[in-house]
Design a protein around this ligand. Structure first.
Ligand SMILES: [Zn+2]
Length: 271
């Protein structure tokens, strides 16, 4: 079920929202980034890795949203890392005993709710703030933390392979979705994060977004420009000329997200 995208880097794309799981080959096993969404997909992935003799030796969640911090027992008991802020946000969310029921009812689409295993959701080990690299026995994976889509959101740069894993940024199917709850200036935060990713993309030949298609080096820059244009349109309350929200959009619900972001930002502005 895995497709190679660079030397030692493979992906699986879920049927759910084109979610990309990333496998990085190391010395004694693999690093698994955003493990997947559907239980079946995670068990097949676990079986495939076992057959290849490549156990999961570390996990990483790019950010504390349910579809990026799932896990399946079959994947084993490797440490699952995230940034300190990501782990803290996951802990806060799950401190409420009703949290999983609410996620199942309100966030997971009803048609897949029964296929998403929530038992091991969000058990993230926070890496100390400013940690530069994922601690594991494999290629160097640089952590590029920024304040944009979610608290403690991190992109990853797999140096030797030239791969930028963007988390929920730089998608060709989803518009920038801002973190409108946590910060004073989500627009500026998002624009700063795009600048940071622009720098990181210099060293990358392959771009893997959390949702959507894999891109080459040229795509990284095109998507950064497209995201910046969207955020500017959102800031100025202009109609974005963006194919991801237009009539040809891959997901029709994205237009609703756009309308909601506009409304929330208008409420935030001082009268
Ligand atoms: Zn997300």
């Amino acid at each position: 079920m895995l497709t190679p995208v660079a030397e030692g880097v493979l992906i699986h794309q879920s049927e759910f929202c084109q979610s990309n799981t990333v496998v990085v080959q190391g010395e004694a096993g693999v690093l698994l980034i955003d493990p997947g969404v559907l239980g079946d997909e995670m068990t097949t992935l676990a079986d495939d890795l076992r057959e290849l003799g490549q156990p999961v030796v570390a996990g990483f969640a790019t950010h504390p949203h349910w579809d990026h911090m799932l896990w399946h027992t079959r994947l084993g008991a490797a440490p699952r890392y995230g940034t300190a802020r990501c782990a803290a946000a996951a802990r806060d969310q799950l401190a409420d005993p009703r949290a999983k029921a609410r996620i199942a009812q309100q966030l997971i689409p009803p048609d897949i709710a029964e296929q998403v295993p929530l038992d091991l959701l969000g058990l993230i080990t926070g890496l100390p703030a400013e940690t530069a690299r994922i601690p594991w026995d494999g290629p160097q994976v640089r952590i590029i933390e920024h304040q944009a889509h979610a608290p403690g959101h991190a992109a990853l740069l797999i140096g030797e392979a030239g791969v930028l894993v963007a988390g929920d940024m730089l998608s060709d199917v989803l518009i920038p979705m801002l973190d409108l709850n946590g910060t004073a200036d989500p627009i500026q935060d998002y624009l700063s994060a795009l600048r940071l990713l622009e720098g990181a993309a210099e060293g990358a030949d392959v771009l893997i977004p959390g949702h959507g298609s894999i891109g080459g080096a040229d795509q990284a820059h095109a998507r950064i420009d497209q995201d910046r244009a969207y955020v500017h349109a959102l800031r100025d309350a202009e109609v974005p000329g963006d194919p991801r929200v237009g009539p040809s959009a891959t997901y029709d619900w994205v237009a609703g997200v756009h309308a909601w972001q506009l409304q929330r930002l208008a409420q935030k502005k001082p009268a």
